[in-house]
Design a protein around this ligand. Structure first.
Ligand code: C5P
Length: 298
């Protein structure tokens, strides 16, 4: 068995290029259909094997508020580690260090990406060799976004988030450049879902059309297809998000969308040069931003 003492993982943030809500389930969760793609923005997680002790430390990058992260025992990364230990009867412990760059409560994975990274990392560190599908199902016990992030790559997510499969991309795909911006507020996922009202119809064949644009790396087409059923709810509850979205459009993004349940917004751009120019303008207005690219295969 391959057992190591320390490993480092990049836990990628995600964007939902499409997010449709199909209805409310008897358990109160919403039935979704969403294309999830990892982006280059990531938290860096270091996992160090210990005889039994569990610990978590965090450092935060510019603009990431440590206050919003909450107590260690409630942290999803810590809970993921404990779940792995209990489920697989592991005797060892782990020291977790996370360098955070993904905005907290930003609709980009954040805590879920860290939990997914810990699940994948401990599978390796502890030499467990559990298959991806099993690890994704384990992640679903902690949060709806985690299975897609455990699986990685470009994923079609359905159900509450527990049904996931990788989209076949038929070979390497270039991906898209995007500008991510955050209005400096924190959105509660539960609140945004509870504000959602049914009624709006979604264009037909959304998933097929978006999948086609991803395979063709056709950023203009992808930009025209961006869709998030939670956007109206987020804009209504938090006008600052609507204003930020308008700003991204005004500075020239090809298409702009709320990321997950917010509060971050992202805009697809023609290329890196345009993205850099847009980031400079946002920076001048004091808006938190990062230029990233989608990582279709990671
Ligand atoms: O699964 P997770 O704990 O991340 O979800 C947070 C909240 O978001 C849930 O308590 C629920 O209110 C809402 N949610 C939902 N439908 C989903 C995912 C999340 O209603 N598919």
């Amino acid at each position: 068995m391959n057992v190591r003492d320390e490993i480092t993982i990049e836990a990628h943030a995600k964007v939902n290029l499409t997010l449709e809500i199909l209805g409310i389930r008897p358990d109160g969760y919403h039935d979704l259909r969403s294309i999830v793609m990892p982006v280059s923005l990531s938290d860096t997680i270091t996992l160090t094997r210990t005889p039994a002790v569990f610990s978590l430390t965090l450092t935060t990058d510019r603009g990431i508020s440590a206050v919003q992260i909450g107590p260690v025992e409630k942290n999803l990364a810590m809970r993921a580690a404990r779940l792995m230990k209990d489920r697989y009867g592991v005797r060892a412990g782990v020291r977790i260090h996370i360098r955070k760059r993904i905005p907290v409560g930003g609709g980009m994975g954040g805590g879920s990406s860290d939990a997914a990274g810990v699940i994948r990392g401990l599978n390796e560190l502890w030499g467990l060799r559990r298959p991806d599908e099993e690890l994704a199902a384990l992640g679903a016990e902690l949060g709806s976004d985690i299975p897609a992030l455990v699986l990685g790559g470009t994923v079609l997510m359905e159900g509450r988030g527990e049904r996931v499969h990788r989209l076949a991309l038929d070979g390497p795909v270039r991906g898209f450049d995007l500008v991510i911006a955050n209005p400096g507020i924190h959105c509660s996922t539960a609140e945004i879902f509870s504000r959602w009202k049914s009624g709006l119809t979604t264009p037909p064949k959304m998933v097929q059309n978006m999948a086609f644009s991803i395979r063709a790396s056709d950023v203009k087409r992808a930009a025209s297809l961006l869709h998030n059923d939670l956007e109206a709810a987020a804009f209504e509850g938090y006008p600052a998000i609507a204003r930020l979205s308008e700003t991204l459009r005004r500075v020239g993004c090809l298409g702009v969308l709320l990321s997950g349940s917010g509060a971050s917004v992202f805009g697809l751009v023609r290329d890196r040069a345009q993205g850099e120019e847009i980031c400079r303008r946002l920076e001048a207005d004091g808006i938190w931003n990062v230029l990233a690219h989608t990582c279709p295969m990671v």
